[in-house]
Write a protein of this length. Structure first.
Length: 276
């Protein structure tokens, strides 16, 4: 089949975006993996699928597939690219839309400066909803990994995150510990592992080892989870500027009962076709 696609990125977190409103798309996990392969396909961290809404309050349905072909609940950088894509491709004339995801509704808004702000909803701390087996809901909890005890903050931003504070982000063993944390048995759905260095009360540096993708240049939900965790630990104040290897995101979280707002870039790289 000939598949039309758009290559996009949000702060270096790159995507293949597919328009399921104008072409029929029903890819197998094997085809997803080929599409995401950087040598034999197009190459990306995640594949984003735009579909017609099923929820009565939504404008579109947004589906996310990791590079390993597995479907996941949420992707913040992808949400910004989703907004940019539907607006630029004239699927909507609205600059703010409601989008249906596997984990609920989100509200992205295209700003006048070209950046996109996404209302990511309220963070989730209840262990059963993350899910995090044996968790207590405490702000910081111990996690045994490879013979050492790490202090992590478990939070869901529509997808699960385990955030830890490190002294130097460049020296953190992200590849080694990230893979072990991702597949830790206490996270039955696997987890995104975040490594956060505090610069001051409004600035952090962040690296994230993502489920099914490994370390990416940027992770939007990971930035939200890190900022929320740092605020709960009384290490940060809102808004938080999150420096990732691919760019900077701004995260706003005003109170425990308010949603998390994420603002950052969304760029189109090129469009093309591939025979799958």
């Amino acid at each position: 089949m000939i598949l039309k696609f758009t290559k996009m990125h949000g702060a270096g977190n790159d995507f293949v975006v597919l328009d399921g409103t104008r072409q029929k798309i029903d890819l197998s996990p094997e085809q997803m993996r080929l599409l995401a392969d950087r040598r034999f396909g197009v190459g990306c961290d995640q594949i984003l699928l735009v579909e017609k809404a099923q929820h009565k309050s939504a404008d579109f349905r947004y589906r996310i597939f990791n590079a390993d072909g597995g479907e996941v609940e949420q992707c913040g950088n992808g949400a910004r690219c989703f907004m940019r894509f539907v607006y630029d491709n004239k699927l909507t004339s609205k600059r703010e839309i409601t989008v249906e995801t596997k984990s609920g509704l989100i509200i992205p808004r295209l700003e006048e400066d070209g950046r996109v702000t996404v209302n990511m909803g309220n963070p989730i701390f209840e262990p059963a909803r993350i899910p995090f087996s044996g968790g207590t809901g405490a702000i910081s909890e111990p996690l045994e990994v490879a013979g050492q005890t790490l202090q992590i903050s478990a939070v869901s931003m529509g997808n699960p995150h385990a955030v830890q504070v490190v002294a130097d982000i460049e020296l953190a063993p992200v590849e080694i510990l990230g893979a072990l944390i991702e597949n830790h048995p206490r996270f039955p759905n696997r987890v995104n592992a975040g490594f956060m260095q505090i610069k001051d009360r409004n600035h952090i540096k962040l690296r994230v080892y993502e489920r099914g993708a490994g370390e990416t240049l940027s992770c939007g939900t990971g930035a939200c989870a890190a900022a929320v965790s740092g605020i709960r630990l009384n290490l940060l104040d809102s808004p938080v500027n999150v420096a990732t290897r691919g760019g900077t995101l701004t995260i706003t979280w005003l109170s425990s009962d308010s949603p998390v707002l994420m603002t950052g870039p969304a760029m189109t790289v090129y469009t093309g076709e591939i025979n799958l």
